[in-house]
Design a binder for this molecule. Structure first.
Ligand code: FPP
Length: 284
């Protein structure tokens, strides 16, 4: 599976000019003519797309609270945002989309809220499988999935298996996920595999993470205005550009994703170095 992703990435990169512009066409054709979303999509530079976008979906409870509804109604409404963002991302031509759906800390929530979230996830998988397949999306779970209830795990594995041959966007769903637990799991794997201490470097350690073989997120989006990373992809977001919006997750749609991407395209990514213009000018 991991080797498959690497192979697809190579193919995408080797044909980048045509595959990227074709993807933007797929998005433009899908968006209503003369719509604001379409205008935004036209402004996206297909040659500077983030390869991996990761999203902390936050604000479902507040969305429901503002409407005097139970919190779970916010999660239910959040599913519509998930649908919109998954399809927009695939049509845009992203390589990887990762959504943070349930953290290792979320078990502290009331049991009824946890079971509704799991039920919504199950329903989502059943109702969206055809859309995932039509859009050539491969579904993948990251996190300690084996600790989830057997019926949920079975549903997740079935979706992974049914979409395993898709060669378009990889859709990671982070479930029972924690960045620190992921790092611990990777360290345990390294020890179990008997990797000598001096053979362990960043590349090799990255291959032991749940996201092995995937590019690190270029863009991390958080909704609802909170300025935290909440134990999400701690290793992988080392150089991610962060974009926070006040929009609550259930209201997040195509336009919000496009706005985030347009903002990302204006950023100067230096990875600890200096701006390329300064290099050309011989800056010290
Ligand atoms: C955070 O909002 C959101 C979550 C903990 C769950 C996100 C889940 C979904 C959108 C639905 C299921 C997902 C999929 C992929 C089918 P919050 O409850 O913490 O909001 P608050 O901070 O306003 O209380």
């Amino acid at each position: 599976m991991r080797a498959g992703l690497r192979l697809r990435r190579t193919i995408t990169l080797s044909t980048i000019g045509c595959s990227v512009s074709k993807s933007l066409d797929r998005l433009l054709a899908w968006l209503p003519a003369e719509s604001a979303d379409r205008e935004l999509a036209r402004r996206v530079n297909p040659e500077r797309l983030p390869r991996h976008v990761a999203i902390i979906m936050d604000g479902n409870g507040r969305w429901a609270g503002k409407r005097h509804l139970p919190r779970v109604e916010g999660h239910r409404a959040g599913i519509e945002a998930v649908r919109a963002v998954v399809e927009t991302s695939a049509r845009l031509g992203l390589d990887v989309l990762t959504l943070y759906a349930f953290s290792v800390e979320n078990w502290k929530r009331p049991a009824a809220e946890v079971s509704t979230l799991m039920l919504l996830l199950k329903r989502y998988l059943r109702s969206e499988l055809s859309t995932l397949l039509e859009n050539d999306i491969r579904f993948n779970v990251i996190g300690r999935a084996e600790e989830l209830a057997p019926d949920i795990l079975q549903e997740l594995r079935a979706a992974e298996q049914k979409t395993a041959k898709s060669s378009g966007m990889l859709f990671n769903i982070a479930l029972n996920y924690g960045g620190r637990s992921e790092i611990i799991d990777a360290a345990r794997r390294a020890i179990e595999a008997g990797i000598p201490a001096d053979a362990l470097d960043e590349r090799r350690f990255g291959e032991l993470l749940y996201t092995a073989g995937q590019p690190d997120p270029d863009l991390l989006i958080r909704t609802s205005g909170e300025m935290r990373v909440s134990n999400f992809l701690l290793w992988q977001i080392a150089y991610a550009e962060i974009w926070v919006t006040d929009t609550l997750w259930p209201d997040f749609r195509c336009r919000d994703l496009l706005e985030a991407i347009l903002a990302y395209q204006k950023r100067d990514r230096r990875y600890g170095g200096i701006a390329s213009a300064h290099v050309a000018a011989g800056a010290k």
